[in-house]
Ligand binder design. Structure first.
Ligand code: COA
Length: 381
């Protein structure tokens, strides 16, 4: 029997901070309104040089250092994101290249804000089946690039960032113990982000494009999403804890999707669990969609909120509609990594990028040689 343990974790947040007061200079809102309705004070915004893939790479590289696993030992990379730069190549393939993870399969996963928990569950099952040994699951977003910055109903909520975990196979019981994945496409119009210009979701109707909606930006019915979220957080946590053979009293910490403090408080009441058992960092990060749970996990570890043998629950919800929960036994003490070791490990990524550039160059040379020899063949005819 194989178990999938979390052995590494890492997060990355862009330097640029956008406060509620900054937003109040852009749209008709205020720090007081945003904070009382959402619990958000500020969020991070990616710089022009940063992309979803570079944020994802930074988080994954940090997680691999904690796990003490070389990128060439990684078998699978999953990036949960709603903001890929390309449909293909996937963000996961870009990360694979940046890491120099030469033996890894890589793909993106689209399940909006539930994406990280979906990815964790799939990676854990791949390990438990024996198909892979080491997997990296990343949630990464540049939400700032898909927001309508004139829509005060949505632009105040979201931010950019990335978080990652490394999962490793082991015969020691523990790790990811149970997961629940759910969806309800009939609610897709409650929270959407169109990707293809000429194909708005049929359920939105032809009026959609004529009502002044910006085409490739987030659309949301806040009240409906709020109601949906409070229901599914409580239900899916309860169901998954039961599946893991535990009770709510056995759960040390719940790391929910960081969308809104009021959603979390309402879910805590429904579950009859003290709200202090929910980890929250939404005040400083806003809603980073698929990245929010792994970033919050890293902050929780940094704050000393997880001890060996604690049971932790991750719960996500969002567009699709999708929702998901996982119960994990937190049973790994990370190795102490010295500064020199850490810096040396970063050098290998510089080398991986160098090797990648060489491979790209050699493909171009091969193509040029093939073209010129084809040309000569043509001359002979
Ligand atoms: N600043 C000031 N006023 C705002 C505002 C803003 N940023 N956004 C909306 N308002 C106004 C509305 O126009 C409305 O004004 P009106 O009464 O004059 O019409 C009023 O505030 C109330 O709007 P409403 O949408 O009913 O507010 P709300 O209490 O439901 O709060 C959300 C709005 C978005 C904060 C809340 O619905 C929410 O958090 N929903 C969940 C969203 C979410 O988490 N999405 C991601 C899930 S993954």
């Amino acid at each position: 029997m194989k178990y999938a343990h979390i052995v590494g974790w890492g997060s990355y947040r862009p330097d640029k901070i956008l406060t509620n007061s900054d937003l109040a200079r852009m749209v008709d809102t205020s720090d007081e309104w945003i904070f009382t309705r959402t619990g958000i004070r500020e969020r991070r915004i990616a710089s022009e040089r940063e992309t979803t893939a570079t944020l994802a790479f930074e988080a994954a590289a940090r997680a691999l250092v904690v796990a003490d696993i070389h990128p060439s030992q990684v078998d699978l990379i999953i990036v949960a994101t709603s903001t890929p730069e390309y449909i293909f190549p996937s963000t996961a393939c870009l990360v694979q290249d940046y890491l120099g993870a030469t033996r890894a399969g890589a793909f993106d996963l689209s399940a909006a804000c539930s994406g990280f928990v979906y990815g964790l569950s799939l990676a854990a099952q791949s390990i438990q089946s024996g198909a892979v040994h080491n997997a990296v699951v990343i949630g990464a977003e540049t939400m700032s690039r898909v927001l309508d910055w004139e829509d005060r109903g949505t632009c105040i909520l979201f931010g950019d960032g990335a978080g990652a975990v490394v999962l490793k196979g082991s015969s020691v019981p523990g790790g990811v113990m149970a997961s629940t994945l759910r969806s309800d496409g009939s609610g897709g119009d409650m929270l959407s982000l169109p990707a293809v210009y000429h194909n708005p979701m049929p359920m939105l109707g032809p009026e959609y494009l004529h009502n002044g909606h910006k085409k490739n930006t987030v659309e949301m019915n806040g009240r409906q999403v709020f109601r949906f979220a409070t229901q599914v957080v409580a239900d899916s946590v309860e169901e998954t804890v039961l599946k893991a053979g535990l009770t709510m009293d056995d759960v040390a910490l719940i790391v929910p999707h960081q969308a809104n403090v009021r959603i979390i408080e309402t879910a805590a009441k429904r579950l009859r669990v003290p709200v202090e058992r929910f980890y929250m960092n939404v005040d400083s990060m806003g809603n980073t969609s698929a990245a929010s749970i792994p970033i919050a996990l890293c902050d929780a570890v940094g704050d000393g909120r997880l001890r060996p043998d604690d049971n932790v629950v991750f719960v996500g919800f969002g567009g699709g509609l999708t929702w998901a929960a996982s119960v994990v036994k937190w049973d790994v003490t990370p190795p102490q990594v010295s500064f020199i070791d850490h810096e040396w490990k970063r050098v290998r990524y510089v080398m991986a990028r160098g090797r990648s550039r060489l491979r790209r160059l050699s493909r171009r040379v091969e193509a040029a040689v093939a073209r010129s020899s084809n040309g000569h063949e043509g001359d002979d005819e």
